[in-house]
Design a binder for this molecule. Sequence first.
Ligand code: SAM
Length: 216
Amino acid sequence: MDGEASRRNEMLSTLKRRGIASAAVLEAMAEVPRELFVPAHLVELAYEDGALPIGDGQTISQPYIVALMTEAADLGHRSRVLEVGTGSGYSTAILSRLVGHVFSIERHDALAISARERLARGGYLDNVSISVGDGTLGLPEEAPFDAIIIAAAGPRVPEALRAQLAPGGRLVMPVGSASGPQQLNCIVREDDETYRTEVLAPVSFVPLIGAQGWRR
Ligand code: SAM
């Protein structure tokens, strides 16, 4: 086993120890090489359980948090998923292993371009579309979504995203102050009118900047 494979195994042991139980999520995390998604000078740290800088003041999310959010979204092979905040493309690649199609939006042009390149290099683009824009408004033309995963923290769940969630679907999002305490929430749309919120964990995310997020 090479160094990266053994570090990836250690990462998987950490995820299991911390309570990630979904075999499908663990399998996807075992399959996607995180080193492909981190800057070259940080490759040695690719399998540490922490966030890392990716440029433009943004980060690739911590593996445990990616796993927790993915597991909470309760995805199926045919799910259509909206991801807000493509970042490095790492969580997009994980999602692509689990669902029918991933629609991912990133507000930074440069990050979207490099994420698309990495996803192409890894062979993940068959069921992934990346667009540049304000993800707080979602993608009305592709709605409804079976799951929506938002990888940046907003003051509240954007109304546009609530409306684009299919009945029975789940929206996973950090909510809280831009630089202070935040909690990871899972919102289940039980029917047309009813949404139920479950609190998953305290978290620390970069701000969700946009019309229905924080103003820059
Ligand atoms: N999950 C990503 C990964 O694995 O690399 C990390 C995402 S990073 C923590 C959050 C991303 O959300 C940043 O790339 C940031 O530019 C983006 N973002 C913030 N507000 C946004 C918005 N309104 N629409 C789209 N992307 C947004």
